[in-house]
Design a binder for this molecule. Structure first.
Ligand code: FES
Length: 133
């Protein structure tokens, strides 16, 4: 127990006192390669402690099955949309996020969803190929 006490009371403060921690942000630029190397164990240990602490207190997210479609044609067992190829026009965007008020067409609702959720969903864009000249 004495060795642990000495480690905490003497060795650790001496170690921390000798770390080349700059006094200002601009002092970071003046650190030598040797200074950076001597900071690696300290930064690594602090990072590990922070990571373990965050993991220990992070709320556990229970993964459950959840529906993708929250509101479109819920009265139907399956949402199926049929479109004749001849009716597509030159370009059409179909919703893949299930949030469009014009479903099955994209109305841009995916943009708000992506901003709020950090997601990256987007439409399926069908475009008529330009005739080659
Ligand atoms: S609104 Fe759903 S992909 Fe654009």
């Amino acid at each position: 127990m004495e060795s642990v006490s000495a480690l905490i009371r003497v060795s650790l403060p001496n170690y921390l006192k000798n770390l080349p921690i700059p006094d200002s942000v601009s002092g970071i630029a003046s650190l030598s390669g040797q200074d950076w190397l001597s900071l690696v164990p300290f930064v690594g240990t602090v990072s590990l402690i922070v990571y373990v602490t965050v993991q220990a207190f992070k709320p556990k997210v229970e993964k459950k099955n959840f529906p993708v479609n929250l509101k479109i044609q819920k009265e139907n067992a399956k949402v199926v949309n049929m479109v004749d190829i001849e009716d597509l026009g030159d370009k059409v965007s179909y919703c893949r996020c299930w949030l469009s008020k014009k479903f099955p067409l994209c109305d841009g609702s995916h943009n708000k969803h992506n901003d709020e959720m950090g997601d990256n969903v987007g439409p399926l864009v069908l475009k008529r190929k330009e005739p080659s000249k």
